[in-house]
Design a protein. Structure first.
Length: 133
């Protein structure tokens, strides 16, 4: 009966070709801890995993799905701006929507892109008119 050979291909059986055990251990042999090198030596991997986005080019808010905030004004502020005017167009001030916080006592005609339900109710109760542009 022949003696069975121990087959070892170009490596030490204990260290698996890394020489000292220390050479194959620790964060240094693994490219650093955590996200170290995310924008250097691990960049391709991070991009594949979707952990970093493509850095080139401009992406508009519309493409990102972010809507700009609606510029709004409350009734109490509107009454202060209006003073003794009988008609006011809030789009001139760069505003779009009228909200219902505050009291309105004098009838005012208000032009705006949008009104909240409470604002409509309060303006009509005071005898004012709503004109949606």
């Amino acid at each position: 009966m022949k003696k069975r050979k121990k087959i070892v291909k170009l490596r030490g059986s204990k260290t698996h070709g890394y020489g000292s055990k220390k050479k194959h251990r620790g964060a240094g042999s693994k490219g650093g801890r955590g996200r170290a090198g995310a924008f250097k030596h691990k960049k391709v991997l991070m991009r594949k995993l979707g952990l970093i986005e493509n850095e080139k080019g401009f992406v508009s808010l519309k493409e990102k799905g972010i809507k700009p905030k609606t510029q709004a004004i409350n009734l109490k502020e509107l009454v202060e701006i209006a003073n003794d005017k009988k008609e006011i167009d809030i789009t001139e001030f760069g505003l779009e929507k009228v909200l219902g916080t505050g009291k309105i006592e004098k009838p005012i005609t208000i032009k705006a892109k949008a009104f909240s339900a409470k604002a409509k109710e309060k303006i009509e109760k005071a005898g004012g008119k709503i004109i949606e542009i």
